[in-house]
Design a protein around this ligand. Structure first.
Ligand code: SF4
Ligand code: SF4
Length: 305
C-alpha cells in the first residue's frame, strides 16, 4: 500500500528543507558505465574512497535490503556577500556556517524518529554525504533537479546552492516525476571554470582539476600547473554556480545554523597564516573548514600568493 506523502513532506519542510522528492529504488544500470569510465580516467584524483563500494553506489538494495523508496531532501545554503572582507581570499559559501554534515544529520535523525512514531517499526537509513549513494542521480529521479553541465543538481525555481541528502526506507510512496534538463545551449559554467575542469561538452567533471578538490580533498601539494589559476579561492569554489543563470533567483538560506559565523567575518589571510593549531581547533570546531585543516588552509593561501 502506498502511503500519503503530504504529512511527511510537511514535517520535513518544517525542519528547513526546501525540496523533498521521492524516488523508487532501482538498480542504476545506466550509471555503471559512466562511473566506471570516470574512475578509469582517474578524474577522482586522490579520492580513492570513490573506487570502493562500486556495486553499492548503483544498487541501494545492497545498502539496505528491502528498500523501496529513496527520499531526497534539499537544503538551501545560499548567502551573500563574498569575500567577507578585502583581506580574506574566497571561501565557498556552503562552508561559512556550521558544518552541514552536523546540521543535516541531526535533522535526518528527527525525520526517522518521526517516521517510526507515525508508521511503526520501519527500516530507514540516512546518508549525509557519508556513504556510497549517488545523491545527484536520485535528486534527478525524484523530480528535485536535473544535473547541469557543471554536474551539479539544479532546480528551476531555486537554482543549485543546496545540499542533498538521501533517506532509504522500506516504506512505499508514490514516486515523483523527473524534470527535464534546462541547460539548453548555455555553456557559461564551462567557459567560466578557472581550471577547465568541466569537459567542453559539459556533464563531465575532471575532479582532479577542480578547485574544490585542490583546496579541500588534495592532501599533497597543489600541482604547479594550477599556479595563477585558482581565482583566489582558498576553500572550495563557487564559480560554476555563480555564473549559472538558474541561480539568479537564489534566496538567502533561512537555516540559521548555516549562516555565516561571526568569527569568520573579519578573519584575514594573514591571520590564517599566523594562527596556532589551538586557535584553529577552537574557531573551526563546528565548521566544514576543519576538513582541510590549518596546514591545508595555509597551503592554499600561500599557493595563491
Ligand atoms: S567548482 Fe570551480 S573549479 Fe570546480 S568545476 Fe566549478 S568552476 Fe570549475
Ligand atoms: S551555467 Fe548554463 S550550462 Fe552550466 S549548469 Fe548552468 S544552465 Fe547549465
Amino acid at each position: 500500500m502506498r502511503l500519503d506523502k503530504k504529512p511527511l513532506k510537511e514535517y520535513i519542510s518544517n525542519l528547513g528543507f526546501f525540496h523533498v522528492g521521492f524516488a523508487r529504488t532501482r538498480y542504476l544500470e545506466e550509471e555503471s558505465e559512466r562511473l566506471e569510465n570516470w574512475l578509469n580516467q582517474s578524474y577522482h584524483g586522490e579520492m580513492s574512497y570513490l573506487e570502493r563500494y562500486f556495486d553499492f553506489r548503483l544498487d541501494p538494495q545492497k545498502l539496505m535490503p528491502g528498500c523501496k523508496t529513496i527520499l531526497v531532501l534539499a537544503m538551501n545554503y545560499f548567502q551573500e556577500p563574498r569575500p567577507l572582507n578585502e583581506n580574506q581570499s574566497k571561501i565557498s559559501i556552503y562552508a561559512l556556517g556550521k558544518d552541514y554534515h552536523k546540521v543535516i544529520r541531526s535533522k535526518t535523525k528527527e525525520i526517522i524518529r518521526w517516521m517510526r512514531t507515525n508508521y511503526g517499526e520501519i527500516s530507514a537509513r540516512a546518508f549525509v554525504d557519508s556513504g556510497p549513494v549517488l545523491e545527484r542521480v536520485w535528486a534527478k529521479e525524484s523530480g528535485i533537479s536535473w544535473t547541469g553541465k557543471n554536474t551539479l543538481s539544479i532546480n528551476p525555481k531555486t537554482g543549485s546552492y543546496f545540499f542533498l541528502t538521501c533517506i532509504l526506507t522500506d516504506l512505499e510512496f508514490e514516486a515523483d516525476i523527473p524534470i527535464k534538463d534546462y541547460c539548453g545551449t548555455c555553456k557559461k559554467c564551462i567557459d567560466a571554470c578557472p581550471t577547465q575542469a568541466i569537459h567542453p561538452d559539459g556533464f563531465l567533471l575532471d575532479a582532479s582539476k577542480c578547485i574544490s578538490y585542490l583546496t579541500i580533498e588534495l592532501k599533497s601539494n597543489i600541482p604547479e600547473e594550477f599556479k595563477g589559476k585558482m581565482d583566489n579561492w582558498i576553500f572550495g569554489c563557487d564559480v560554476c554556480q555563480d555564473v549559472c543563470p538558474w541561480n539568479r533567483f537564489s534566496k538567502q538560506t533561512n537555516v540559521h545554523e548555516l549562516q555565516l559565523f561571526d568569527s569568520l567575518k573579519q578573519l584575514t589571510d594573514q591571520e590564517f597564516i599566523d594562527m596556532s593549531q589551538d586557535t584553529f581547533n577552537k574557531v573551526f570546531s563546528q565548521s566544514a573548514i576543519k576538513r582541510t585543516g590549518l596546514t591545508g588552509m595555509q597551503r592554499n593561501i600561500r599557493f595563491n600568493q
